[in-house]
Ligand binder design. Structure first.
Ligand code: C2E
Ligand code: MG
Ligand code: MG
Length: 392
């Protein structure tokens, strides 16, 4: 059983009792306080995986003050925020907490749905134990292994279909890299892209990805499936001319119409390299390839900055799409991104579409393209062939 401690601060006695019961049922240890003052008197240090469930509206020391005090402590707990106010207040408190370096697991409105609360706790604990398991069994891949993998075909591309929302048919695929590691199994990009960037291997990795994605797209073209292919490039690729040079060669050698290739750059990579990337991105665009801003909405870019780069596509981050049916703010953000994209003459893609309800709302907002588990998970090339090549 997991002996993780959950601290609970709420000035309402009944609420404390109810939430304590739920926490105990989940198998966690609970310590509850009806005054934040008592909490700070009695608890000065936390176990590394402690959780604090915090009511924001309390008469003496309120939740915002608690957040401020926690941020000055050396190893503060992760927070679940609660409030009876509208979601705007919770959202603001969440931002404040994050800005002060705290981990915010979730924010929940009152009255609390106890079933949802229990689910939230269970999934948080589960995630943490999965992470701990990975950390304890795996010292992580290293430079030599990754270099070997790039040069010896240990990398694999999976492809996720992109669907036109107006015709409901496949118009493209996004290539997503995986690493078939001999000891650690199939590794996802979050386990090795950073390593590649930090160790100077990302240029070679991106070259491999672009080359293989182009070849695969040409093979599908020859088989009668004419679709666009998107690849992800990193912040390093947009500041050196290596990719640009390779691309010229690859387009020629494979006789690919550059319009059928889309390069995705995350908004946060752009923000890091805004000035130095302008030249490379403009030159890539001049070659005729498409440029997409990936994970849009998460990178704090300003519109005037984005306008300077010749993008052709905007991909709305999946965190907004995920909440489009249950959060009015997320819905407003998605709608505004679509209008903005269209005003700037960009094609708009929604990523992470998981339900038909989400697809319907996106369609009603005039979004052009959808990608996500509702349509298909990323799959191996053969599966794309079997499903979408007309005669296959
Ligand atoms: P991304 O470009 O935003 O790719 C979308 C990610 O969302 C993929 O994760 C995909 O599997 C996942 N996804 C797609 N549909 C859904 C859905 O409906 N629900 C949910 N929850 N997730 C969905 P993946 O493959 O783990 O890739 C993560 C990130 O790694 C990518 O985010 C991209 O930024 C980066 N990446 C992937 N391949 C490459 C690559 O070849 N080069 C570089 N530099 N980065 C890559
Ligand atoms: Mg992408
Ligand atoms: Mg994305």
């Amino acid at each position: 059983m997991n002996q993780r401690t959950v601290y609970l601060i709420d000035d309402e006695k009944e609420m404390l009792d109810m939430l304590s019961d739920v926490i105990e049922v989940t198998g966690l240890t609970v310590q509850s306080y009806s005054h934040a003052g008592h909490f700070f008197e009695q608890v000065q240090t936390f176990e590394h995986d402690a959780i604090l469930v915090l009511d924001l509206n309390m008469p003496d020391i309120d939740g915002i003050e608690v957040i401020r005090r926690l941020s000055t402590m050396s190893a503060p707990p992760a927070l679940i925020l609660m409030s009876g106010h509208d979601s705007g207040v919770l959202h603001a408190a969440e931002k404040l907490g994050r800005a002060q370096g705290l981990e915010i697991i979730a924010y929940i409105g009152k009255p609390i749905n106890l079933k949802k609360f229990k689910k939230l706790l269970t999934s948080t604990v589960l995630e943490a134990s999965k992470l701990a398991a990975i950390e304890s069994t795996d010292s992580g891949p290293n430079f030599e292994e990754l270099q070997w993998a790039i040069n010896h075909e240990q990398l694999v591309l999976h492809y996720q279909p992109q669907f036109s929302l107006s015709t409901n048919s496949i118009i493209g695929v996004e290539a997503l890299v995986r690493w078939q590691h001999p000891k650690l199994g199939l590794l996802y990009p979050e386990r090795f892209i950073l390593l590649a960037e930090q160790q100077g291997l990302i240029g070679d990795l991106s070259h491999w990805v672009v080359e293989n994605a182009i070849k695969q797209r040409q093979q599908w073209h020859d088989e009668g499936l004419d679709i666009l292919v998107s690849v992800n490039i990193s912040s390093v690729d947009i500041t050196s001319s290596t990719l640009l040079e390779h691309l010229t060669e690859l387009l020629e050698n494979n006789q690919l119409d550059p319009m059928m290739l889309m390069l995705e750059v995350t908004e946060s990579a752009l923000m890091d390299e805004l000035v130095s990337s302008l030249e490379i991105l403009t030159r890539l665009r001049l070659k005729g390839v498409g440029l997409s801003i990936d994970d849009f909405g998460t990178g704090y870019s300003s519109l005037s900055q984005l306008h300077r780069i010749p993008f052709t596509e905007l991909k709305i981050d999946r965190s907004f799409v995920a909440n489009i049916n249950n959060d009015e703010e997320a819905k407003a953000i998605v709608k505004t991104c679509i209008i903005l994209g269209h005003e700037l003459n960009l094609q708009v893609v929604a990523e992470g579409v998981e339900t038909q309800e989400q697809a319907k709302v996106l369609m009603s907002f005039g979004c052009d393209i959808a990608q996500g588990h509702f349509y298909s998970k990323p799959v191996i090339a053969d599966e794309i062939t079997a499903t979408y090549v007309p005669s296959a």
